[in-house]
Design a protein around this ligand. Structure first.
Ligand SMILES: NC(=O)c1ccc[n+]([C@@H]2O[C@H](COP(=O)([O-])OP(=O)(O)OC[C@H]3O[C@@H](n4cnc5c(N)ncnc54)[C@H](O)[C@@H]3O)[C@@H](O)[C@H]2O)c1
Length: 367
């Protein structure tokens, strides 16, 4: 088999200052594909901004004949095996489905899956029925702190699994990584029910999508394990990025504080207190996670089988995100599977049920 031919939908600007209005994630995918250059080559890119597409092409040596401002033209003109989709979430589903219909073999899409639960399911369904491998860039699964935590759990160091927790900024944009991580820790299980409340008083658009200001959520997986998430102002309730609680001990990833290692655990009866696990130079965000994620995606394309980042896994975590917002809308527990198709947070804003005000203007800079 020759090298896999890779194309891009959405190139981003080469990030000068990354943030919720643009990270240029395509450049990070491209860097990862370049590190896998024995297996693949970048042959095309499409972006509605000619300037972004051109800059991307120059940076990553995309031939001039492979640079497009029209996605349909790229998909029609260039034969592609793998497509990276790195646009904002509301465009994920339509562009993934467009690429799947064009006959590519695999699509690696940025997280969160899509902006409505219906769109998440539809993109997974349309890829599945066409035999297209759809994966999502929940790259943290490949980081040493997270893999190390899973290893401790699997080795029984903290006994049987009771609960997974996380405390971060939001349920959807950054939360997507953490619900995915929770599913990974629990063994890729779907949840059975979800109960949550949210606070949304100040508009918080991240890559064009609403995100609550604070939330508190509880859910239970079908194997009996509980989940707890606290976001925004409530995130201190959990007090670390991810916690795994077992019958005989607990594991923490990413507790802030002077001298606290990124991964640590304690056994309740050991008398030794917290013990550190060496993760080298790896932290919550990398380095090397996207390279390993794409290596796993390409392995699945070449050898068959599922990538860890497959849509089936992503759906487990994403269902809980939308169910949290649905629970807030219904003011009650939501039993799964989730049968709504919309985005409850977006719908509550549109109906006026939630009325987030503008962000306060930043304080003027000192002269
Ligand atoms: N995995 C991670 O850790 C991580 C981190 C940051 C962002 N993200 C995700 O990456 C995705 C992309 O975010 P970003 O910050 O890279 O965006 P960006 O704004 O940097 O780039 C998006 C690009 O899409 C282009 N575009 C818009 N509409 C298009 C269309 N119809 N066809 C083709 N191109 C189009 C824009 O011109 C722009 O160049 C988001 O879903 C975001 O949540 C993931």
């Amino acid at each position: 088999m020759g090298k896999l031919r890779v194309g891009f939908i959405g190139t981003g600007r080469k990030p000068v200052r990354a943030g919720p209005q643009g990270y240029g994630m395509a450049h990070q995918h491209a860097s990862a594909y370049k590190s896998l250059s024995e297996e693949c080559e970048i042959v095309a890119c499409a972006d509605i901004s000619a300037e972004n597409a051109q800059a991307f092409a120059e940076m990553w040596n995309v031939p001039a004949s492979g640079v497009f401002v029209d996605v349909a033209e790229m998909l029609r003109t260039v034969q592609l095996d793998v497509v990276s989709v790195a646009v904002w979430p509301h465009l994920h589903a339509p562009l993934v489905i467009q690429a799947a219909c064009a006959g590519v073999r695999a699509i690696h899409c940025e997280k969160p899956m899509a902006d409505t639960w219906g769109a998440c399911r539809l993109m997974a369904q349309e890829c599945d029925r066409r035999g297209v491998r759809l994966t999502f860039n929940h790259q943290r699964r490949f980081g040493r702190p997270f893999r190390g935590a899973k290893k401790l759990l699997d080795e029984g160091v903290i006994g049987g699994l009771v609960r997974v927790e996380f405390g971060v900024g939001d349920l959807y944009d950054y939360g997507s990584h953490n619900f995915d991580m929770s599913s990974y820790f629990v063994g890729e299980r779907p949840a059975r029910w979800v109960m949550a409340q949210i606070d949304y008083r100040t508009e918080n658009l991240v890559f064009g999508a609403h995100n609550e200001n604070a939330a508190h959520a509880t859910w239970q997986y079908d194997n009996g394990v509980y989940g707890v998430a606290a976001t925004g102002a409530a995130s201190g309730l959990v007090g670390c990025h991810n916690r795994i609680v077992g019958t005989e001990g607990e594991i923490e990833v990413g507790r802030r504080g002077e001298g606290i290692p990124v991964l640590r655990y304690r056994r309740f009866d050991s008398g030794r207190g917290w013990e550190a696990v060496d993760c080298g130079k790896e932290g919550l965000h990398g380095p090397g996670y996207i390279e390993r994620a794409l290596a796993d995606v390409l392995r699945a394309v070449r050898e068959g089988g599922e990538s860890e980042l497959c849509a089936r896994h992503a759906l487990n975590g994403t269902e809980v995100i939308f169910a949290c917002w649905e629970s807030a809308r219904r003011r009650g527990r939501v039993d799964l599977p989730l049968t709504i198709t919309d985005n409850p947070l977006q719908a509550m804003v549109a109906s006026g049920q939630l009325n987030p005000g503008p962000r306060p203007a930043p304080a003027p800079a000192r002269q």
